[in-house]
Design a protein around this ligand. Structure first.
Ligand SMILES: [Zn+2]
Length: 312
């Protein structure tokens, strides 16, 4: 039986050869020559979601959208939310503000042109909005985004903002307000651990992960889960890289689909846009935007209680 509450499910739509763990300028220059596996992998996800009657958010990379326009259209035709994963998958920590602005503007425009729907959400490659790249937040507002899902409130070797508010909240950026929708984490002892999906979802056996998810739900906030199409593709071609990157990327790929089915059986999911709307309504019954705070002040948009199909 499913637990109470509705949670946010998301997918970062990128090819298996574009992940940051295997990034190099040389490999980047060869992207066109690698085998594309995105259509079959997204189709697999869409079939699964259809089976469980779930709608999710798809953060699509502009590079992929420009070459696989049909993937973007199919996602939207099936009622899912279209959002941006940027264009070229460069980590923000490697970009100047002007490069970042070009990247997020180009990807939003492209996705909207292909699909004919507005794009409100953004997720950075490898969650690289960190303390020193907070300048990205006002730029997102200026470029028309309404929420961001890039701040991971944990310690990690490539990303993370330890101490950041670990659940959906509103940030005042100086250029306007933005919803921040961090991936789910849980405090165990003195350490905040990720339970949101990706490599962590493949690392822990599901029976071990489920009680952690239940504990996070009991704290009163919607889960925010993320996956990638390549995580459901155990036959993908192998790339060379560091031991740690290889371990993280290829770990338990043959188990993702089964675990995802268990997850979809245990919890009710919707798009991030819908989940944010639920939080907003729960905070401000009149629909007003009270509760906005400054970029430097942590503020909670705490418990959510209702379901709906509103818009951010
Ligand atoms: Zn990515």
């Amino acid at each position: 039986m499913k637990r109470e509450g509705v949670h946010a499910l998301s997918f970062d739509v990128e090819e298996h050869f574009q992940v940051s763990a295997f990034w190099s300028d040389e490999r980047r220059s060869k992207w066109e020559s690698y085998e594309s596996r995105i259509e079959r992998n997204v189709d697999k996800i869409l079939s699964l979601l259809s089976l469980y009657g779930v709608h999710a958010t798809f953060f699509v990379l502009g590079w992929v959208a420009s070459r696989r326009r049909g993937v973007v259209k199919t996602i939207v035709d099936q009622g899912h939310e279209l959002a941006s994963h940027g264009f070229g998958h460069e980590m923000i920590t490697m970009q100047h503000p002007a490069q970042f602005r070009d990247d997020v503007r180009k990807s939003k425009q492209l996705l909207e042109d292909i699909a004919g729907v507005p794009v409100y959400g953004y997720r950075a490659p490898s969650f690289t909005i960190v303390s020193r790249t907070r300048w990205a937040l006002p730029i997102l507002v200026e470029e028309g985004y309404r929420y961001d899902s890039s701040i991971f409130p944990i310690r990690h070797d490539r990303y993370g903002m330890p101490g950041a508010l670990p659940y959906c909240h509103r940030i005042e950026t100086g250029s306007g307000s933005l919803w921040e929708v961090p991936p789910s984490t849980l405090k165990v002892g003195s350490v905040r651990i990720p339970i949101a999906g990706g490599g962590y979802f493949r690392l822990f056996p599901y029976p071990m992960l489920r009680p952690l998810l239940n504990r996070a739900v009991a704290e009163g906030h919607p889960l925010v889960m993320y996956f990638h199409p390549w995580e459901l593709d155990p036959e993908q071609p192998r790339m060379t890289g560091s031991w740690l990157s290889t371990f993280r990327h290829y770990l338990n790929l043959d188990k993702t689909e089964r675990r995802l089915k268990w997850l979809l059986s245990d919890f009710r999911f919707t798009t991030i846009q819908n989940a944010v709307e639920m939080v907003r309504l729960a905070c401000n019954g009149d629909g007003s935007l009270v509760g906005t705070t400054s970029i430097n002040v942590q503020h909670s948009a705490s418990r959510y209680v209702t379901a709906g199909n509103g818009h951010v």
